[in-house]
Ligand binder design. Sequence first.
Ligand SMILES: *Cc1c(COP(=O)(O)O)cnc(C)c1O
Length: 425
Amino acid sequence: MNFENSLSFAQQLDSADPLKSYRDQFHIPQVNGKDSYYFTGNSLGLQPKTARSFIEEELKGWETLGVEGHFASNRRPWAEYHKFSKEAISRIVGAKPLEVVSMNNLTVNLHLLMVSFFKPTSTRYKIICEAGAFPSDQYMFETQLKFHNLNPDKALIELKPRAGEHTLRTEDILSKIEETGDELALVLIGGVQYYTGQFFDLKSITEAGHKAGAKVGFDLAHAFGNVPLALHDWGVDFATWCSYKYLNSGPGNVSGIYIHERFANDDSLDRFAGWWGHNESERFLMEKGFKPMAGADGWQLSNVNVIATAAHLASLEIFDKVGISALREKSLKLTGYMEFLINQLSGDDQVFEIITPSNPEERGCQLSIFCHKNGKALFDALTKEGVIADWREPNVIRVAPVPLYNTFEDVFHFARILRENLQNA
Ligand SMILES: *Cc1c(COP(=O)(O)O)cnc(C)c1O
């Protein structure tokens, strides 16, 4: 597509946008008395206006029914609350409803999935992840390896970009997997890297991992609701994500897991169990002996945090209406437009450069702008003028134009404000 650097061009794209009505379904934070330019949907998605009524419905149920709200008298009985998100989630990650469930929080789920899928032996004990993984993931690896009496310096292989490059080449990921071979127990990397915005080739990575005899899982925190996924068809063993980033479900809200159908009734996998994963027809018999539900449900521990999950359902309803492929279509244009405008500005003196891959197939919404000088001053100037972006030490500004509620005009103004403040950089 041929882009133009003008307000009228941006407005033209907005009026031709088939998803333009969705912005009005969200609360846009105000700065200086007007709509902010909100580009942090990769960190905390905006509030759907319907979230309030979904939550109020459950507050009302609690108010009027008390404990009876768990059962059929309620429109969405709390005892079955985890079921109401399954269909929509399965469409977002490309899985069967049996393979997914919403539960716990992301880091908790990473640990639980490690219990089932990381079974080191004296010869096969290594894990491949990306270097500079999100800190929570790094701490998870470190403490899990220590728990298994393994030395993280030896057992954890961190994939680093080649010298002078910012992102990983698929060929390098695949060859490291092949090279590690019989020593490789697990590949667990981000689906979309949180810092660079790189969307990895999950299908090829899964194939290579399996060929080496390892398990393959993904942390989809930055991929869920951002890029199209086909976890089942790719044969991915397991995955987890959070719902408060692109999924707009509210701060700290519920995570979810995916476990491939081939493990749906596999009793040989270890797991840490709780009553909500137990065969639901016997759940209230309160007897000894854990019998897991089939599929992802069998990994649940606790009964559902209903008040919070109500906001998740409100958001999923919107995702289901628009569909991930329509979102992706707009996202490619929206992020492409931002890339076009930023590249025009960067100029010969290279004040900054985009480190996110330029191939749209290798990224989602987010662009990471690496500032060669005075990045923080530039970022602060943007903030003053109503841009909500995020700053990552040592020198990266991350911006995520989100197709559900950002406009081409937002993107135009971001680039305009950046240009007007360049002399400060
Ligand atoms: C956002 C994010 C987290 C956050 O973990 P919580 O348990 O939800 O606090 C973890 N890992 C990655 C890769 C993330 O992007």
